[in-house]
Write a new protein. Structure first.
Length: 150
C-alpha cells in the first residue's frame, strides 16, 4: 500500500482511498533534484517512495482522460502530473521524533553515569594529598572528557 513520503504527511492508500500517489521522477536527474530540494527530507527516500496529490498545486494536476470521459464508471477522480510539476504544498514544521530510550535503558545509563562520577571523585579524593602533577593533570582531563560527553 502506498504511503506518502512528504515530511509530516500520514496519508496512506488504505486511510485515504481517494488519494492519488505518484512515484518520484528518478529517471529525470534535473526534476528529482528539484523534488528532493522541495521535500527537504531528513533521509533520502527509497526508489519505491510515493507522494500524494495533496502536495501539488492544482495547476500541476491533470484529470485522467478516462475519468473525464466517463466519471460515473470510476469511484474517484484520478490525476496525472504535468511535465513541469513539483511538490510545493506541505508543512516542514513537523520535526522528526528523536529516538527515546526505554525506561530500563535510561535507568541503566543513569546508574553508569553515577558510578563513573563516583569512581572519578574517589580517585581525586585518594590523590588530592599527593603532589603528583602528572596524575592530577590526567584526572582533570578525564573529568573534562566525562563532563563534555554527557
Amino acid at each position: 500500500m502506498p504511503t506518502c513520503c512528504a515530511p509530516g504527511c500520514t496519508r496512506t492508500h488504505s486511510s485515504n482511498p481517494e488519494c492519488t500517489f505518484f512515484t518520484l521522477p528518478w529517471t529525470n536527474k534535473e526534476r528529482i533534484r528539484l523534488w528532493l530540494a522541495k521535500l527537504k527530507l531528513v533521509h533520502p527516500p527509497a526508489k519505491t517512495a510515493r507522494i500524494c496529490h495533496y502536495h501539488f498545486e492544482e495547476k500541476f494536476l491533470l484529470l485522467d482522460p478516462k475519468y473525464k470521459i466517463a466519471p460515473h464508471l470510476y469511484p474517484k477522480p484520478s490525476y496525472r502530473l504535468s511535465a513541469d510539476a513539483y511538490p510545493s504544498l506541505f508543512s516542514h514544521t513537523v520535526v522528526p521524533k528523536e529516538r527515546t530510550l526505554s525506561v530500563a535503558r535510561q535507568r541503566k545509563r543513569a546508574r553508569l553515569e553515577v558510578s563513573g562520577y563516583n569512581a572519578l571523585y574517589g580517585c581525586i579524593d585518594c590523590f588530592a594529598e599527593s603532589n603528583d602533577n602528572m596524575f592530577l593533570s590526567f584526572l582533570l582531563q578525564m573529568f573534562l572528557w566525562v563532563s563534555i560527553h554527557h
